[in-house]
Unconditional design. Structure first.
Lengths: 368, 366
């Protein structure tokens, strides 16, 4: 069996979808309208129906969607937002960006926020809970919504990686007061550049954010409030409309590959948190927790197997977090996980043979 | 004869070259910053003659990032004009700073004489706008700002190709913002923006902040945001940059025909003075036209498409209701708003189109 086994599927996707993608961008080009066009509107409608929400507002990125959701709920200086330290930096960046304070709560063994620790972190300054659906596993939203209801808090889901993921039959992002998605190139539903969208059932929040993303303009000459410019690009909207039709298939194939991993990985030194019965994990990434992680990564690299660490440093220990005042030892589960996590290649173009090859390499590493 | 304002369908009638470059881009999968974005940033800094060009998602963001890069935020005041696109003020508000308006002059540019009286101990910057692709008195502005120890941050969103005393718009500031939005002199197929600076530290901050604060994949030194130019658009920008001089020359030619063709109607039409020291890019060809609304309707009847930039000055918008301004505070821009009219002079109009406009305007007033 040969490597190399690539981590990312983008080049193969392009070869596969070349005709459809190029014809999608060409169509927008020739129409001669480029900003908040009907392509964006159509995509928003399709996404709303797919996810099961009333409103979808297309914006420039998942990060912007988070910032706008926080803004729309009036969250800012003096407010606290509860989240966990296992995520991409943007989760915390967006909270800091609106001037609020991120309050971290440790994660559970499945890398999502630990439900048992949320209530103890609530203070009279807490305004929202921002759970992350890490890697494509939806957090236990029914429980989180219950806590939020009891304590009168807003729930904004960081659903950046949740396209194609479900909890109890309901799509990620359809639980909270608002949810924020990313269609960055490395997600399951991916565009050819930065893209994101905000979902909500609340008419007022939807109207506010629609205006806010486009300078607060109700019409060309009427500015209701001073907004920003954060719009989903029409070229990308057309690409996403096409790619949405492929999403279910991609997730199914990725889940199949993860099943193969669970079948063939045979060492006590590698732990991959299983799915709860209510979870339908979309596997944007397949992350295992491995002893001697760094040596394993090097060993696999030598066999031509590409892996990535998501991420080596929990967010409370980033240099950027210094002013937040957190320190080593405060979130032991997250800290330990970061020293052990490794994402194995699992994308939809990998064959059973290739997955088995990776498993054998991993098993071999620990048996010698 | 049709004289359209929007020329995008003509500009992108032949998209083969763009599509073929996109094909290449997509096959490299460089969708996040990457070589296509870097290439355009390099080309643009050569074009401007500045050390650093850091691209952003939009012109609005370029202004926001420019303000943030010099630490402007809550509690600060930023002086600007009321006759500009909403984003100039939106950018100030987005940082948490307070916009302080002053009136514009007879060239529709910031009135430099009104700046000093508006300076307080909270003033941190002045944002002059290269409105319509013409320019304010940047030499005077530079002096005033340095004397009062406040930042000069040019809103050069409409200013690509404009210059004052031979120095390009956007190069007078510590840091400035540009827009690549459709219908600017240099534009892409959607949103796009650029910041420019000669300061190494500001450049480093901008590059990091727009990319989540990442110094590398695993380390962030600050909580940044996501504000990146789409690589697809960077491709378009590089291609369009090749013909920018030609574009502006054509706009000049058309503007000159209007200037001389309308010169005998000076009792009905006021055109801004064309300063010898300035090069305008004619992003907008604007003047004050008596009976503006009736003239618009008349021209529309003859398939001549015009616009108004803008009928309601910013201090009178609902958005500004929490700011301490009312009607009468800025008499020049308020008066101008009633009579402003923008005529098309873009590069897809030939002499016959422009002469047709001249004729129809004469017909209206006679």
């Amino acid at each position: 069996m040969r490597g190399p086994i690539r981590f990312v599927d983008l080049q193969q996707r392009f070869l596969d979808e070349k005709l459809e993608i190029l014809s999608a961008v060409e169509k927008v080009c020739r129409a001669g309208h480029f900003v908040l066009t009907e392509e964006v509107e159509m995509l928003e409608k399709h996404l709303a129906s797919y996810i099961g929400v009333k409103h979808v507002v297309g914006v420039n990125s998942g990060t912007d969607a988070l910032m706008m959701a926080l803004w729309a709920y009036g969250i800012g200086k003096g407010d606290e937002v509860i989240t966990s330290p296992i995520s991409f930096v943007a989760t915390v960046g967006s909270i800091c960006h609106v001037g609020a304070r991120p309050v971290f709560v440790d994660v559970a063994s499945n890398q999502n926020i630990d439900l048992n620790l949320i209530e103890d972190a609530i203070t009279e300054r807490t305004k929202a809970i921002l759970p992350v659906h890490w890697g494509g596993r939806v957090a236990n939203m029914p429980r989180i919504m219950e806590i939020a209801r009891k304590r009168n808090l807003v729930v904004i889901e960081d659903a950046a990686q949740a396209m194609g993921a479900y909890y109890d039959g309901i799509h990620g992002g359809a639980f909270g007061h608002a949810s924020c998605f990313s269609a960055h190139p490395l997600k399951n539903l991916s565009a050819l550049g930065d893209s994101g969208f905000l979902c909500t059932d609340d008419d007022e929040i939807a109207n506010k954010t629609r205006l806010y993303r486009s300078h607060g303009l109700e019409s060309r000459d009427n500015c209701l409030f001073f907004g920003v410019n954060s719009r989903l690009d029409s070229l990308n909207a057309e690409v996403l409309k096409y790619r949405l039709t492929k999403l279910n298939d991609i997730v199914k194939k990725r889940r199949r590959n993860v099943e193969l991993y669970r079948e063939h990985l045979d060492t006590p030194y590698v732990f991959s948190p299983p799915e709860d019965s209510e979870e339908y994990h979309a596997y944007v990434m397949f992350i295992v927790q491995a002893d001697d992680r760094d040596s394993l990564q090097t060993y696999l690299e030598r066999q031509g197997i590409e892996t990535y660490i998501y991420y080596g440093t929990p967010l409370h220990l980033q240099p950027a977090s210094q002013q937040l005042g957190y320190h080593n030892g405060q979130f032991p589960v997250a800290e330990l996980q970061c020293s052990k996590v490794l994402a194995l290649p699992h994308h939809q173009y990998l064959s059973e043979k290739e997955i088995v090859f990776v498993c054998q390499a991993v098993n071999n590493f620990y048996s010698t | 004869m049709k004289v359209p304002y929007n020329y995008l369908p003509m500009q992108f009638a032949d998209v083969e070259r763009i599509i073929s470059e996109w094909r290449q881009l997509i096959s490299t999968t460089e969708f996040t910053l990457g070589p296509y974005v870097e290439r355009f940033e390099r080309q643009f800094s050569e074009y401007l003659g500045v050390k650093h060009c850091i691209s952003t998602n939009t012109g609005t963001d370029a202004l926001i990032l420019a303000l943030k890069s010099v630490g402007i935020g809550n509690g600060d005041e930023v002086i600007t004009v009321t006759n500009t696109f909403y984003a100039t003020v939106g950018a100030i508000v987005a940082t948490g700073a307070t916009p302080v308006f002053i009136d514009s002059d007879d060239r529709f540019q910031i009135d430099v004489d009104k700046i000093v009286p508006a300076v307080t101990n909270r003033t941190k910057a002045v944002i002059p706008v290269h409105w319509a692709g013409a320019s304010p008195d940047l030499n005077a502005l530079s002096t005033i700002c340095s004397e009062h120890n406040i930042y000069l941050i040019e809103d050069a969103c409409m200013g690509i190709g404009a210059s004052v005393s031979g120095k390009p718009a956007g190069t007078y500031s510590s840091v400035s913002g540009f827009s690549l939005h459709p219908l600017k002199s240099l534009h892409v197929m959607g949103d796009g923006g650029m910041t420019a600076t000669n300061d190494d530290d500001l450049a480093r901050w901008l590059r990091t902040y727009r990319n989540h604060g990442m110094v590398d994949r695993d380390h962030i030194t600050m909580w940044g945001i996501n504000n990146r130019l789409q690589p697809l658009q960077a491709v378009v920008a590089s291609i369009e940059l090749e013909s920018i001089d030609k574009t502006i020359r054509k706009r000049h030619t058309n503007a000159k025909i209007l200037d001389s063709g309308l010169s005998d109607l000076s009792d009905r039409i006021f055109l801004p003075e064309r300063k010898q020291s300035n090069v305008e890019n004619f992003s907008l060809y604007m003047g004050l036209f008596q009976d503006r609304d009736a003239l618009r309707a008349y021209l529309e009847h003859f398939d001549i498409e015009t616009k108004v930039h803008y009928p309601i000055p910013l201090h009178l918008q609902a958005a500004a209701s929490n700011l301490p301004y009312t009607k009468g505070d800025f008499p020049n821009s308020e008066k101008q708003a009633e009579e402003l009219l923008t005529l098309p002079v873009h590069q897809y109009l030939e002499e016959e189109h422009v002469q047709y406009m001249v004729k129809k305007i004469h017909d209206f007033y006679d």
